[in-house]
Design a binder for this molecule. Structure first.
Ligand SMILES: *Cc1c(COP(=O)(O)O)cnc(C)c1O
Length: 411
């Protein structure tokens, strides 16, 4: 078994570098507490920001859909017929986001990869924020376009690259297309560093250069705006963004991903997004639960969950304020730096009853390991105070620097 001995060496190397990852079995629903290895822990590791993952309204929608449509979807939506719950979800998403159309995918990852490689090819240019999610990086690689990366949230750097990408090409240059299609890709709220993009300025910038914008609202949908539509809607620029994407597995509490935009965009993706075409549709109950979530976050009850979450965010930020006067978000990165130190801090917190994941390379850069606290509306105020107290006690032992966030965003 030469493969196994090779893998053993590689795993040992990961272990030595403090980078070994392993699955931790949980024997409870995901929520503010987890049953993990015989221990009941306060859970600060979930993206279930509004506490919908185990919410009765969603459970009921899923159960009803199972009774009516069964479990499996039977195949790709283009092959075996496209079940009604998927259409209802897409109608709800388009209505929620105020777009002509929506298309749902099995995951956010599949959404990014399918959409970007359907839209761009080798004659095009894709420009990514340095910190975008791995699914967007993989999508950029897969589509074959020229890749350029700008410094995180740095619009001056983005402008420099846009100038290069859209520079006039002399007819003699031999390039087939005098002007490539240029797509700028960013998230509206960055999960690993917990900061938001200067969205209005970015929209104005891409318009000035005639580029397209793809905005991933994975960590903003359900959380920003009057009805939780996301940052693009909250800032009034949604109709100037060509491609909006998001996930159904974070604040919406279910799983899956989506694109919202023009009818033409969706019609085209149905024809060309390979991760949509060549993959079994998610179970109808998942679509039904997601539809219930999209509707629920817009109700007064959903709004109350948002208010609760933001109250907790402000409470934790009063202990650990983000630098630069940046508004805090539900994700608080606690930068430790060293990978092994981050893992040791994780273990110390776990001993004290807190589950706060250590985030390491390759999710973040080497030497930028951190703990990532995620607050949810389902926490209790005491949970958050207890975490803040414990962290204040432990942090100095594990990191030279105190809580330190990403570089402040440019204004
Ligand atoms: C989580 C996430 C994804 C992937 O979504 P999944 O549904 O988990 O596959 C894509 N983009 C961003 C920014 C994310 O945070």
């Amino acid at each position: 078994m030469r493969l196994n001995s090779l893998l053993e060496t590689r795993l040992a190397d990961l272990h030595a570098a403090g980078l070994l990852r392993e699955l931790r079995r949980v024997d409870s629903p995901t929520g503010p507490h987890l049953q993990l290895g015989g221990q009941r822990l306060h859970n600060f590791a979930s993206n279930d920001y509004l506490g919908l993952a185990n919410h009765p309204v969603l459970r009921e929608a899923a159960i009803k859909a199972i009774e009516r449509f069964g479990i499996g979807s039977g195949g790709s939506r283009l092959m075996g017929g496209s079940l009604a719950p998927h259409h209802e979800l897409e109608a709800a998403l388009a209505d929620f986001k105020g777009t002509e159309a929506a298309l749902s995918f099995a995951s956010g990852y599949a959404t990014a990869v399918g959409t970007i490689s359907a839209l761009l090819g080798k004659d095009d240019v894709i420009i990514l924020d340095k910190l975008v999610h791995a699914s967007l990086v993989d999508a950029a690689r897969l589509c074959g376009a020229k890749i350029r990366v700008y410094k995180h949230n740095d619009l001056a750097d983005l402008e420099r690259i846009l100038q290069w990408a859209t520079r006039p090409r002399p007819a003699s240059s031999g390039e087939r297309h005098p002007r490539p299609n240029v797509l700028v890709v960013t998230e509206s709220v960055f999960s690993m560093d917990g900061d938001g993009v200067p969205l209005r300025e970015m929209v104005a910038l891409k318009e000035r250069f005639g580029a397209w914008l793809m905005l991933d609202e994975a960590h903003a949908t359900g959380l920003y705006g009057e009805r939780g539509q996301g940052l693009a809607n909250a800032q009034g620029v949604a109709d100037r963004i060509e491609i909006q994407m998001g996930t159904l597995g974070k604040a919406l509490g279910v799983s899956g991903g989506y694109i919202v935009g023009s009818r033409k965009l969706v019609d085209y993706l149905v024809n060309r997004a390979r991760s949509f075409i060549f993959s079994t549709a998610p179970p109808p109950a998942v679509a039904a639960a997601a539809t219930a979530a999209v509707r629920y976050v817009q109700t007064p009850a959903g709004q109350a969950l948002r208010h609760q979450l933001w109250a907790y965010v402000r409470a934790l930020a009063s202990h650990f304020p983000p630098p630069g006067g940046r508004p805090p978000i539900a994700i608080f990165p606690v930068i430790v730096g060293d990978e092994a130190a981050a893992v040791a801090l994780f273990a110390a917190l776990r001993e004290r009853g807190f589950f706060v994941p250590a985030i390491r390379y390759p999710t973040v850069a080497r030497g930028a390991a951190r703990l990532r606290i995620t607050l949810t509306a389902a926490h209790a105020a005491e949970d958050i105070t207890a975490l803040a107290d414990t962290l204040r006690l432990l942090l100095p032992r594990f990191s030279q620097r105190k809580i330190d966030h990403a570089p402040p965003r440019p204004t």
